[in-house]
Design a protein around this ligand. Structure first.
Ligand code: 5GP
Ligand code: ZN
Length: 112
């Protein structure tokens, strides 16, 4: 999003580099800079919205698209044996980047 001071919008716009693993018109998937598992990817909608509760009809369509693409992207990136999806929403969940994103964690047996 132009003139948006959001780190993920800057990654989407190419202003900040990232290790991209998948991209299409609606979404981008890149490697988390501080991986919490052997494979840790972030799937983000290209349209900025901060919270699940702020997703309008377009946002919901985008989210559904992301969920449809994740199984293929995950299995092509070392998560063929399973993976965990996480969305941190708000302060209590520890959300640090206020651009909705789905964490894809895998590549190893995950504990809690
Ligand atoms: P949250 O805590 O908001 O759910 O997750 C934000 C995630 O974004 C964190 O796992 C953090 O490591 C990742 N992150 C923050 N800044 C950057 C960045 O500049 N590049 C990449 N690739 N990941 C980032
Ligand atoms: Zn953003």
């Amino acid at each position: 999003m132009l003139n948006c001071n959001c780190i993920f919008c800057k990654i989407i716009g190419g202003e900040i580099p990232s290790a991209k693993v998948y991209e299409d018109d609606l979404m981008l998937v890149f490697k988390d800079i501080e991986p919490k598992a052997k494979v840790h990817l972030l799937a983000v909608p290209k349209t900025h919205f901060a919270l699940l509760s702020q997703a309008d009809a377009e946002g919901k369509e985008m989210l559904w698209h992301i969920l449809e693409k994740i199984p293929g992207v995950a299995s092509q990136n070392g998560c063929g044996n399973g993976y965990r999806l996480v969305i941190n929403q708000g302060e209590d969940a520890g959300q640090t980047v206020h651009h909705l994103h789905v964490h894809i964690l895998g590549g190893e047996t995950l504990g809690w």
